[in-house]
Design a protein around this ligand. Structure first.
Ligand code: 2AM
Ligand code: CA
Length: 260
């Protein structure tokens, strides 16, 4: 065990675990030649780093906090679905595998229907985003806020295409085309957790994606919300909807909902 939970707050423990997990992941990232990779299906891969990092996080958090269940992307849902960690060991596995920098580790704690803690760490960028419910959000220890962009014509928006990998007919391409024509610029980074943090930090004005899972968005959505973002579904209903999540700076929410 790396931590003594009697001497540290839960927030400190989560930050320490995610930074150590990040160092582990970065070792694999820098030694790509030896990385073992397998396919979940022809479009979806998993590396030994995903498994090893998730095991590390699970071991640390469940020994420190045995009262909470653990839901990780690679190990599946817990028995205790009332209070549990929800973890994506590497969000943006394709970026990681191709040596690109936009991938992250995501850890959230859900208590009842609330996400109470969220941490997202991008090891290749060395950016740590963190939030506790009702406590605001930080990037590398400094408070962050959403952008003040009021108009779509000035907006930088971001999306992803998890739906394409899942072969959905409703595949976001028409929606993307519609929104691209109305906005100043568009990005597609490939890590939903990090995309949400970039909305929190004002680097992006809005993000949407279909067909995600709770472990992709739980931490990032809390970080965005605590930084002033609107977190809703595509129709604008506030709440956590991984299947069709829309996160904006608030100011352009109504216009984005119209275009969804
Ligand atoms: P991953 O890298 O952990 O798989 C990018 O579009 C986002 O979608 C990432 O958060 C990515 O997470 C997720 N993603 C990609 N393909 C997916 C699929 N087939 N089903 C669910 N989520 C997917
Ligand atoms: Ca993911």
């Amino acid at each position: 065990m790396i931590l003594d939970n009697k001497t540290r707050s839960l927030g400190d423990a989560v930050r320490l675990v995610i930074l150590q997990a990040g160092a582990l992941a970065k070792d694999y990232f820098q030694n790509q030649a030896n990385l073992a990779v397998s396919l979940k299906n022809p479009k979806d891969l998993v590396t030994e780093a995903d498994i090893r990092v998730e095991n590390f996080i699970r071991d640390q958090l469940t020994s420190l906090y045995p009262q909470y269940g653990f839901w990780g992307e690679e190990s599946g849902k817990p028995d205790n679905l009332d209070q549990f960690w929800v973890v994506d060991p590497i969000d943006g596995t394709h970026s990681f595998y191709r040596g690109q920098y936009f991938w992250s580790i995501s850890i959230a704690l859900q208590i009842g229907s609330d996400i109470t803690v969220g941490a997202v760490y991008a090891p290749a960028l060395d950016d740590l985003y963190f939030s506790e419910k009702d406590g605001g959000s930080t990037k590398n220890g400094k408070p962050i806020r959403v952008s003040q962009t009021n108009n779509l014509a000035e907006a930088m928006v971001c999306t992803g295409f998890a739906c394409l990998r899942s072969n959905l007919k409703n595949n976001n391409l028409e929606r993307f085309s519609r929104i691209a024509l109305k906005t100043r610029d568009q990005r597609r980074y490939g890590s939903a957790a990090l995309d949400l943090c970039m909305v929190a930090d004002g680097q992006l004005d809005a993000f949407w994606e279909q067909n995600l899972n709770l472990y992709d968005v739980a931490a990032g959505a809390l970080i965005a919300k605590e930084a002033g973002a609107s977190v809703s579904d595509f129709s604008g209903r506030e709440g956590m909807f991984p299947e069709n999540i829309l996160v904006t700076n608030g100011r352009i929410k109504d216009r984005m909902v119209e275009l969804m």
